[in-house]
Design a protein around this ligand. Structure first.
Ligand SMILES: Nc1nc2c(c(=O)[nH]1)N[C@H]1C(S)=C(S)[C@@H](COP(=O)(O)O)O[C@H]1N2
Ligand SMILES: [Mo]
Length: 322
């Protein structure tokens, strides 16, 4: 019988083991960032904006239109929690803390649970989705998101049969987000920012939860660590920096619609035939490829995704359900 006693384990072996463990830890931490394609969706806990995402699948849902340059997407932003200025969130969100990050699942769901961000996304493969983004302010971009179809996540969370709507909530943290501080001169929005979808919209294959941009971890100002992307709706539906997802029986309150229901509806489908009360929605300015004087692009019904999504709204008066 051969039993190794502690006397038989040499000092060098012990050292090797320690080194081995350290190396393993190092590899675990780096594989998510550089290579090793087998490790789908793996994240290290300290990932920061700009770090590479690996094993990202291409998608047939992507457009082949010219992508807006990274610098424009990350510096021409709407993130009113930081500032109503387009350029300022890039600077003001630089130290925004995206780890640790919890996502609470509430309401009509089998098991209400708070997940760590890493555990929340780990079971899923990442996909690149190059989508048009049309802001209600009549500008647009083409953005190569990296994310997970929301439908896959919803299936895993197992909502009850009573769940007819889904609501998302952004972090509330006035210490980090100057736009949320009382008396801050700016948006007049109520915090935290909330958004919502009908369950069939949420389950639509185009609907994405994005964690990256241009193959890298999302810049903080674009909604790190995780934000919604609904490409056929005005940009304000695509809520950033999500900490809560609620499954509901009734249509939830949504931030912009609560502030001004005449100007911003719950549906907010991109629609060139229904003008905003204060401006036309027939055209848009494509950021990056255009300048203020360049010819505008025609805005398309459902932002060009009509073939895929028009069926969700058959029989609805889209001039009424804005
Ligand atoms: N929490 C939160 N989410 C938000 C916003 C915001 O101010 N706060 N702005 C919305 C608007 S108006 C648009 S157009 C998009 C812009 O996303 P981007 O800055 O990544 O292009 O984010 C949306 N999501
Ligand atoms: Mo927007």
């Amino acid at each position: 019988m051969l039993i190794k006693t502690s006397r038989d384990i040499s000092e060098s072996e012990v050292t090797d083991k320690k080194l081995y463990l350290k190396r393993r830890e190092f590899i675990k931490r780096t594989t998510a960032l550089v290579g090793v394609p087998a490790m789908t969706g793996l994240f290290m806990s300290e990932v920061l904006a700009g770090e590479k995402l690996t094993s990202v699948k291409k998608s047939s849902f992507s457009t082949d239109e010219a992508m807006t340059p990274f610098d424009k997407i990350s510096h021409y932003t709407n993130f009113y929690e930081f500032s109503t200025d387009k350029e300022k969130p890039a600077e003001l969100a630089r130290d925004f803390k995206t780890r640790p990050w919890k996502i609470a699942i509430e309401g009509e769901v089998k098991k209400p649970t708070a997940y760590d961000f890493e555990d929340f996304i780990k079971p899923h493969a990442l996909e690149e989705r190059i989508y048009r983004l049309r802001c209600v302010e009549a500008w647009s971009m083409v953005v190569p998101w990296v994310g997970i179809p929301l439908a896959s996540i919803i299936k895993r969370l197992e909502p009850t049969s009573r769940a007819k709507y889904i609501q998302f909530e952004t972090l509330y943290s006035p210490l980090q987000m100057p736009g949320q501080r009382p008396g801050f001169f700016g948006s007049g929005l109520d915090w935290p920012y909330v958004e919502g979808l009908r369950m069939d919209e949420a389950m639509h294959p185009l609907t994405l939860l994005a964690v990256g941009l241009y193959g890298e971890v999302l810049p903080n100002q674009n909604g790190a660590p995780i934000r919604l992307v609904v490409p056929w709706k005005y940009g304000f539906k695509s809520i950033k920096s999500i900490v809560k997802i609620r499954f509901l029986e009734k249509q939830p309150i949504t931030t912009w619609s609560a502030m001004n229901p005449r100007e911003y509806g719950f549906y907010a489908n991109v629609n060139p035939n229904v003008d905003h009360p204060r401006w036309s929605q027939k055209q848009e300015r494509r950021i990056g490829s255009d300048n203020w004087f360049a010819p505008k692009k025609k805005t398309l019904m459902f932002n060009g995704y009509a073939d895929q999504v028009a069926g969700l709204y058959s029989g609805m008066d889209l001039a009424k359900f804005i």
